[in-house]
Ligand binder design. Structure first.
Ligand SMILES: [Zn+2]
Length: 467
């Protein structure tokens, strides 16, 4: 279930028991291991290891520590190795001004040359940066300016650019991470996140959406607690995933699935799952009734890949109520059954009513996550029809006035904003629990939204993170 996106299995620390280490990783649920190269010799070894083990993939490159070895011949062979079917990236490359094992001018030259190689062969990069963030980001951004680099990997509607690489063992804070994510990069956090003094690693692991994170052990280094200080190995990856899940208030499975999909998008390892009509997150089960939506929100992540936390929601055809009821099984296994999928659920009001009625009869709890346009969509006041069937409604408020609302959701704000507010008031009047949410964007006035929701409408106010 896990992908270890960064482990140096070719390190001499594993010479005595490499195959046993890989076997233990598989037993621990690690499906794939990406082994970066640190110099030409090590890159060759990474490719050989990947040839011998189906679950191992290689990156080829010269680490900043070894930058003095990155001569023309070495770089030429690195570029040639990129054609190997099990080489998934150029790396690890970057700058390390902490140890300065190679002179800085040579580090910068080797890094630039290998960014060039990555662009030429159209592969992603695995970046190492230590006490050199500013210089590293500057060099990376020079390459990001080239719109042809991995351009075909982008989904046309995605709000994020094509995945270009990963900053492994990310040493920056959440704000720096977000800038890199917007440029097409993942960040990965190793076992440091389990340390008492985890610092910014914990901040990033808590605040950055798992869609932008990868898991890594960085074996044989940085073993997570309780193995801190000992040799690390990929079998310890679940310890790191557990800590990140705890910080994200998600399950380990949620983190594993989401980051595995990230590794698929970046490196092409593994495969996306089949489209799902129901999917679980935390302790809730979500119902994916439709791919239709009447809005086109600027902050919506679903338009591109239609994948939410590793769940593929791009269903070919809409399920019948009966199909969903069968897929739910016993609803009391879940805290809530939530109507929330790729599209706007109230487009399928009749199915909602039929499914919710089954769930209520079976002792389950129900919620709808909606844009609040159900009355316009169904051309009548639908709230009285939900009484006794729906326990909670969560409405995307998104903005505090019609123009901003229209701009963020790309629809007629003058018509839809007041209709959504009326729908919310009607829900407050008739249903047990109503929550209105805004996305945590700088341009939305949070206090104004809170006052509108709590004092005017009389509902619960909540924010959902943008990243
Ligand atoms: Zn490394």
């Amino acid at each position: 279930m896990f992908v270890d996106s960064h482990a140096h299995l070719t390190s001499k620390e594993f010479d005595a028991d490499r195959d046993a280490v890989i076997a233990r990783a598989i037993d621990a649920g690690v499906e794939y291991i990406v082994n970066p190269g640190t110099n030409l010799e090590d890159s060759r070894r990474a490719v050989e290891l990947a040839e011998r083990h189906a679950c191992v993939y290689a990156c080829v490159g010269v680490h900043p520590h070894d930058a003095r070895t990155a001569d023309e011949r070495a770089l030429r062979e690195i570029e040639e190795l990129c054609a190997h079917p099990k080489v998934v990236a150029v790396g690890e490359i970057g700058l390390d001004f902490h140890y300065d094992f190679s002179p800085r001018d040579l580090q910068i030259r080797a890094f630039r040359a290998q960014m060039e190689i990555a662009r030429r062969v159209n592969r992603p990069v695995v970046i190492h940066t230590r006490e050199s963030m500013e210089e590293t980001v500057r060099i990376v951004m020079e390459s990001v300016g080239d719109k042809t680099w991995r351009a075909q990997m982008a989904t046309p509607e995605s709000r994020f650019p094509a995945p270009k690489g990963v900053f492994h063992c990310f040493p920056g804070d959440a704000r720096q991470a977000w800038e890199l994510i917007n440029a097409g990069f993942y960040v990965s956090i190793p076992g440091i996140v389990t340390f008492k003094n985890a610092g910014v690693a914990a901040e990033v692991a808590e605040r950055i959406s798992p869609e932008h994170l990868l898991l890594e052990t960085d074996s044989p280094y940085l073993a997570p607690v309780p193995n801190r200080g000992k040799r690390n190995e990929p079998a310890h990856l679940p310890l790191i995933a557990r800590k990140i899940a705890e910080l994200q208030h998600l399950s380990v499975e949620d983190i594993a699935r989401t980051t595995r999909y990230g590794a698929y998008l970046l490196f092409g390892v593994g495969a996306p799952g089949a489209p799902q009509i129901v999917y679980s997150l935390r302790d809730c089960l979500y119902i994916n009734l439709t791919i239709r939506c009447n809005a086109d929100c600027v902050f919506c992540d679903r338009k591109g890949e239609a994948v939410i936390k590793g769940h593929n929601l791009r269903i070919e055809k809409e399920p019948t109520a009966q199909e969903v009821i069968e897929a739910i099984g016993d609803p009391t296994r879940f805290a809530e059954i939530v109507f929330c999928g790729y599209g706007e659920p109230t487009i399928r009001l009749e199915a909602i009513k039929e499914i919710a009625s089954h769930v209520k009869r079976s002792g389950g709890k129900t919620r709808i996550n909606t844009d609040g346009h159900g009355n316009i969509i169904n051309k009548r006041n639908i709230v009285p029809e939900l009484v006794g069937l729906i326990d909670a409604v969560s409405i995307s408020l998104n903005a505090t006035e019609p123009q901003q609302y229209g701009r963020l959701m790309r629809l007629d704000g003058e018509r839809y904003f007041p209709a959504m507010i009326d729908f919310a008031r009607e829900c407050v009047r008739l249903l047990p629990k109503v929550v209105l949410t805004i996305v945590d964007l700088d341009e939305v006035d949070k206090e104004k939204a809170r006052a509108l929701v709590e004092e005017d409408i009389g509902a619960i106010f909540s924010t959902r993170p943008y990243f």
